[in-house]
Design a binder for this molecule. Structure first.
Ligand SMILES: *Cc1c(COP(=O)(O)O)cnc(C)c1O
Length: 494
């Protein structure tokens, strides 16, 4: 069966490979599978599979126009020794929860799970669709996507990659990781603005027909590595299926037993993948959506009203500092009964007024979701507490999830086995992690902190961090939001 993808805002329908190439649909909507496939094998079979086998099983039901050979080739190139463990996504039990560590890839954050495979999916998709143009990946990042995408696409023939990041909105290590990126096809640009400004600027360029025309004339076309691309969403479903299989294989749960997942959320991509895993047939009970002080999603789940008109706060979990969670559109479309007109109207209200409200009937379909948030202090406290009681050190984003899980358990008394999605290595956010453990560490320099964390946690400093200690800065461009397009034109010579 050939699974097609449809826009959330119109009737536009494409194949999987076309959806990956296009990123966004022509009307500004997001591509969604016309139906979510059911898992093609039993949970016992899943429990016997390694990561690559699980990935193939899940992805083949979504990306039906890829051949077995193509898909297995992409998977083999992605989940290899770039990851520092053969398990790829290990599950660590600490303090009555299971931490699904998604940070063992090249840039030590969960974006690697999808961005190590996206370039291969995209170049395969280009061949399938006889695309002759060079593909220009245009990306806005709140810190982690940028480096993961740069790593994935650097020196991949037939591609260029341009990354915009908020100059004052990422951690020092995140910035250093990006501005030291090698590869003649890469460009990294800081902007005077926040992540939403960067994302809106990128979306605007995607929707600009004049720019598209000028690109085509010179043999270029845009695509997106942001989490709106289904080529990112689909690989993210894999680790939820894999985690369930591992819990089953290790005897932590019985066959068919329900688990909850807690996801530290920004753009709503990761938790949406969990929702798709559930729809595929994985026994997931609640999808617990954890926000930081930018709690627009918490408010939405409470009230049915999405309102981005509020102050944008910079927190110690910068990859979740987002007020427009793009992937939520896919869920809105679904709870609207897959009605593109209803969704398009709400998204128009979001663009024009910064706010929309769902109907009570739509709200009823959100029963699987539970939203809450953790303040800066609550997240720091969670790091401190977990370290003190178990010796396990988590990063600032994972800490938001752990703190929200604590609130959930306190409110409900629900003891269902729960997976907390661990989205970054603590080595990426060393200062705030170490400060949470003990204030005294704040006096140290960034790299002293790295060494101190290694000693305290007994974990070797990851290569991704070693590498940037001495790497030269190769990207120095910083522009106003209004100059983003000029930066693109300059780099491409158009
Ligand atoms: C991107 C990111 C998130 C948020 O994930 P979304 O899919 O955008 O919701 C959370 N934590 C870290 C470390 C991230 O890099």
């Amino acid at each position: 069966m050939n699974l097609l993808y449809k826009s959330t805002r119109s009737e536009e329908t494409v194949t999987a490979s076309q959806a990956i190439l296009k990123g966004l649909s022509g009307d500004g909507g997001l591509f969604v599978p016309v139906e979510i496939p059911r898992l093609s094998v039993s949970l016992e079979e899943i429990s016997q599979m390694d990561y690559a086998q699980t990935a193939y099983t899940v992805m083949k039901s979504f990306l039906t126009d890829f051949t077995e050979e193509e898909l297995k080739g992409c998977i083999a190139k992605a989940y290899d020794s770039k990851f520092d463990t053969a398990e790829i996504a290990p599950l660590v039990k600490a303090d009555e929860a299971y931490y699904l560590e998604l940070f063992h890839g090249a840039t030590i954050a969960f974006k690697d799970m999808a961005l190590s495979i996206l370039p291969h999916l995209m170049t395969t998709a280009a061949k399938k669709n006889q695309v002759e143009n060079e593909i220009v990946i245009l990306t806005a990042t709140s810190g982690d996507t940028g480096k993961a995408a740069l790593c994935g696409f650097a020196d991949v023939p037939g591609t260029r990659i341009i990354v915009f990041y908020p100059k004052n909105g990422v951690s020092p290590i995140q910035e250093k990781q990006m501005v030291t990126q090698k590869g003649a096809n890469t460009l990294v640009v800081g902007i005077h603005g926040n992540f939403d400004d960067a994302q809106s600027g990128v979306k605007k360029m995607f929707g600009d027909p004049k720019l598209a025309g000028d690109l085509a004339e010179k043999g270029f076309q845009f695509s997106s590595a942001n989490s709106i691309n289904i080529g990112r969403l689909v690989p993210q479903i894999v680790y939820y299926v894999y985690a369930y299989g591992k819990l089953l294989a290790n005897g932590e749960i019985a066959k068919g037993e329900t688990i909850h997942v807690v996801v530290p959320t920004g753009n709503f991509g990761n938790i949406l993948a969990a929702y798709y895993a559930k729809e595929m047939g994985i026994p997931i009970g609640r999808l617990i959506c954890a926000s930081n002080d930018n709690k627009v999603l918490y408010d939405f789940f409470q009230s049915g009203r999405y309102d981005r008109n509020r102050e944008f706060l910079l927190t110690s979990s910068p990859s979740m500092d987002i007020l427009i969670s793009s992937n939520l559109e896919r869920l809105i479309y679904r709870i609207a009964g897959e009605d593109e007109a209803v969704n398009a109207r709400l998204m128009k209200e979001l663009t024009e007024k910064g706010v929309y409200e769902i109907t009570p009937e739509m709200g009823k379909r959100l029963g699987d979701f539970y939203g809450n948030y953790a303040t800066e202090q609550e997240a720091a406290q969670a790091i401190h507490q977990l370290y003190t009681s178990t010796g396990y050190v988590m990063d600032t984003h994972t800490a938001v999830a752990a703190a929200v899980y604590e609130k959930y358990r306190g409110e409900t008394g629900d003891e269902t086995k729960t997976v907390i999605v661990s989205t970054a290595s603590p080595f990426k956010f060393t200062r705030n992690v170490m400060k949470a453990i003990d204030e005294k560490y704040d006096a140290m320099s960034d790299f002293q902190l790295v060494d101190a964390l290694s000693e305290l946690s007994g974990v070797d400093v990851p290569w991704a961090i070693e590498e940037i200690r001495t790497a030269p800065v190769l990207h120095k461009t910083v522009v106003e939001v209004s100059q983003m397009e000029d930066a693109v034109r300059n780099f491409l010579g158009i």
